[in-house]
Design a protein around this ligand. Structure first.
Ligand code: PEP
Ligand code: MN
Length: 350
């Protein structure tokens, strides 16, 4: 249910509505726009007619609108303006497009630092690197754990790049959050509700990847789990879905990007590496994602993809990554946006 306040309503009126919501066991989320304030109510059965009636009679209330969709906090109707998320020195979800890049899995210090320096020189903003890898096969490479988190912290210190890394278990959330700027929830864990609850209790930005066979509604409900725990800094990552096609590893659902922007206020990142599974498709699909309105890219890069312990076939060499960056720059401008830079960030702050 959305309660639309009258244009002349003040803080006292808003407080009155909030208190009435609390009395009946509902939680109110205030969204203050330039012209009007709306209050989204969440809780069990907020759409019951008698609850509606008890708000519509309030003198400061203009309208009470039922929300029929099961996702509320992620719903654009609840929060009409885009959410922007601050990850260290970058803002995600605003005018700027962020590029996250790095190896699928961190293998050695040299591999990580060389990659971090190369992607930074080419214009990437945020360093990715896996410490805990969700592997389809129990015999696959599963990551080197906390040692890698320490290497990521070192790379952060040396390059100044914020870190995004995946957490795969609820018990590791506190530790991974200590070393990183963005917590990644992988596709295989999109509906690991205990893990979603746990990251929801932190105040770290979370990047929630779409499950391999998840609908947009299931994806938004997974984000709702995180937000309903109190962490509103959630970005979604489209990384391709399962279809009958086998040439590509997954099928990039380009339409999900504008669809999410219509349904939700949360930023959308595109991951063409996992979506395609083939390095030569990564640049064209990155361009398509930016043209469709993505707020950022996540790209796998490795010094020697042929020798990578994980996801080599979809990893870009340093040269190929530099070419990708050159190709997306004019497109970002054509979309009326800017590639995130620290300089832009500082300008924005002045
Ligand atoms: C990854 O980012 O390396 C990864 C495992 O991605 P996904 O969860 O999308 O498969
Ligand atoms: Mn990978």
């Amino acid at each position: 249910m959305i309660i639309v306040m009258k244009p002349n309503s003040g803080e006292k009126d808003i407080a009155e509505v909030m208190s009435r919501l609390k009395d009946i066991g509902l939680k109110g989320h205030i969204s203050q726009g330039a012209e009007r304030t709306i209050i989204g109510a969440v809780g069990v059965k907020p759409n019951m007619p008698e609850i509606h009636d008890s708000f519509i009679v309030m003198p400061s209330v203009a309208e009470v609108i039922p929300v029929t969709k099961p996702y509320k906090l992620t719903n654009r109707e609840f929060h009409p303006l885009n959410t922007t998320i601050r990850a260290d020195k970058f803002t995600i979800g605003g005018d700027e497009i962020v590029v996250m890049a790095g190896p699928c899995a961190v293998e050695t210090e040299v591999q990580l630092i060389k990659t971090a320096e190369a992607v930074k020189a080419a214009g990437a903003n945020i360093l990715r690197g896996g410490a805990f890898k969700p592997s389809t096969s129990p015999y696959g490479f599963r990551g080197l754990g906390e040692d890698v988190l320490k290497l990521l912290a070192k790379a952060r210190k040396e390059t100044g790049m914020p870190i995004v890394t995946e957490v795969i278990a609820a018990r590791d959330v506190e530790m991974v959050a200590r070393y990183s700027d963005i917590l990644q929830i992988g596709a295989r864990n999109m509906q690991n509700f205990a893990l979603l609850d746990e990251v929801g209790q932190t105040q770290k930005p979370v990047m929630l990847k779409r499950g391999l066979s998840s609908t947009i509604q299931e994806w938004l409900l997974a984000a709702e789990y995180i937000m309903s725990q109190g962490n509103e800094q959630v970005m979604l990552c489209e990384r391709g879905i399962r279809t009958f096609e086998t040439y590509t590893r997954n099928t990039m659902d380009i339409s999900a990007i504008p669809a999410i922007h219509k349904l939700s206020h949360l930023p959308v990142i595109a991951d063409p590496s996992h979506a395609t599974g083939k390095w030569h498709l990564v640049t064209p699909v990155s361009m398509a994602a930016i043209a469709a309105g993505a707020d950022g890219l996540m790209i796998e890069v490795h010094p020697n993809p042929d020798a990578a312990l994980k996801d080599g076939p979809q990893s870009l060499t340093f040269d190929n990554f530099a070419t990708l960056m050159q190709k997306i720059k004019p497109l970002i401008t054509a979309m009326g946006r800017k590639l995130a830079t620290e300089a832009n960030h500082f300008t924005a702050q002045c």
